[in-house]
Design a protein around this ligand. Structure first.
Ligand code: ZN
Length: 138
């Protein structure tokens, strides 16, 4: 069901501050920056070889990322796992008793379909299930 680690999500206070360190310092390639209004975040996707690092900057005080930073400070926020079909994965996980934060797939950054699993199910790790848009022809 899980094909690979898709990306690691990291909460940052400011992309302007964080990006030069990841791009110029570490030399990761920036794929793009996109705002996801439903999540009230600005997302920068970086390539680290086959996997990606997703930097998340809150765009409003009530953004889930703003709340995360308030509580725990900036840092690793979630692991994203790539699947072929987010809807089917939600069904299987629910069957296994996973408390889903999303009961149906919702749009993520870069035209993905995503769903989150409550961190209490994975020992405090927030997991994101991601289906890429190009899945149909891969
Ligand atoms: Zn993510």
């Amino acid at each position: 069901m899980i094909q690979e680690l898709h990306h690691i999500g990291i909460a940052v206070r400011s992309l302007d501050e964080a990006l030069p360190r990841w791009v110029d310092g570490l030399g990761l390639r920036l794929e793009g920056v996109e705002e996801v209004p439903t999540e009230r975040v600005k997302v920068a996707m970086l390539y680290a070889g086959q996997t990606r690092i997703e930097l998340l900057e809150p765009t409003s005080e009530d953004s889930p990322i703003a709340k995360f930073i308030d509580k725990r400070g900036p840092g690793v926020h979630h692991l994203a796992l790539k699947v072929g079909d987010t809807g089917e994965t939600i069904r299987v996980l629910t069957e296994h008793g996973a408390p889903m934060l999303d009961e149906t797939p919702r749009p993520g950054a870069h035209d993905t379909k995503v769903a989150f699993v409550h961190p209490k199910w994975l020992g405090g790790v927030l997991a994101e299930i991601v289906q890429d848009p190009e899945e149909a022809h891969s």
